[in-house]
Design a protein around this ligand. Structure first.
Ligand code: CP
Ligand code: NVA
Length: 307
């Protein structure tokens, strides 16, 4: 008799590993749950537990996942390396095997993508990427949701990134391909997104432009997006400030975009660095909706992972 292998868990690792229909389904569900439409699928975590491993600080990811788990009928446990055997050298693989015996899904925010992938390889429950050094896909699900709430379908629209070609920029590239919009990245030469990511996008037929001419990139765009100049784990803050000063999103830059353009930022923000207070606290800013939508988008992600 042939032995039946257990089905592979439905991991949410990165947008480039999932197809558009799956991602769209998660967002449709997120919108539906945000509207408060109840259905039989709205307590997919009933009696279930989400483990959340944080190797880096977090406000939004930590609170929104915990609230999402509770609202979906479940419970969340937070693990920080300093308080677990992971911090004393227990392997990621063994941690994955053990946690899989207790919990129904694992969310991890980690310093290295390889740790996320190792966890996913050895876990028998879904693993969710809550940020790595190279991507932040949960944030992008909230960002696409927010764009569409304010401006309608993102397909065919133009989004401009101004700043560091960091983990958020890479996830924006993945999103541009999966959701079929044009992404312009204004970055200093030294801080462009990884060439491998740009090559992947080109091979997928993505419309991605990279330039150091920030004004040209912002002209007539639908959304201007930025992020911190110094991400968690970066240790070259001074040189980054020097390279990125010209990429600050201020009123002059926003005036080059479409009049109805929105300003987006995953937060936390640094007023006076990557964005002026007048922009982030001004009428075009949708950053609080983005933060709220982490909750709704992650409900869509958790529901998909456990379905
Ligand atoms: N945007 C985001 O992921 O925020 P936190 O670092 O607070 O989780
Ligand atoms: N690029 C930032 C995102 C924080 C949510 C970082 O990695 O620190």
């Amino acid at each position: 008799m042939t032995e039946l292998k257990p089905p592979r868990p439905k991991h949410f690792l990165d947008l480039d590993r999932l197809d558009t229909a799956e991602l769209r389904g998660m967002l449709d569900n997120a919108h539906r749950m945000k509207r408060g439409e109840s259905g039989t699928g709205d307590k997919p975590l009933a009696g279930k537990t989400l483990a959340m491993i944080f190797e880096k600080p977090s406000t939004r990811t930590r609170v929104s996942f915990e609230v999402a788990a509770t609202q979906l009928g479940g419970h969340a446990v937070v693990l920080e390396p300093s308080g677990t055997q992971l911090g004393r050298g227990e392997t990621v693989a063994d941690t994955a095997r053990v946690l899989s015996r207790y919990v129904d899904a694992i969310m991890i925010r980690t310093t290295k993508e390889s740790i996320l992938l190792e966890l996913a390889e050895h876990a028998t429950v879904p693993v969710i990427n809550g940020l790595t050094d190279v991507t932040h896909p949960c944030q992008l699900m909230a960002d696409v949701m927010t764009f569409e709430e304010h401006l309608g379908p993102i397909e065919g629209r133009v989004v401009t990134w101004s700043g560091d070609g960091n983990n958020m920029a890479t996830s924006w590239i993945h999103a541009a391909v999966r959701f079929n919009f044009e992404l312009r990245l204004a970055c200093p030469e030294m801080l462009r997104p990884p060439q491998a990511v740009l090559d992947w996008a080109a091979a997928e037929g993505g419309r991605i432009v990279v330039s150091s001419d920030v004004d040209a990139m912002v002209k007539d765009t639908d959304a201007v997006v930025t992020d911190t100049w110094v991400s968690m784990g970066d240790d070259d803050g001074e040189s980054r400030h020097n390279m990125l000063r010209a990429y600050q999103v201020d009123d002059r830059l926003m005036a080059l975009a479409k009049p109805e353009a929105i300003f987006m930022h995953c937060l936390p923000a640094h007023r006076g660095d990557e964005v002026t207070a007048s922009v982030i606290d001004g009428p075009q800013s949708v950053v609080w909706d983005e933060a709220e939508n982490r909750l709704h988008a992650q409900k869509g992600i958790l529901t998909w992972c456990l379905s």
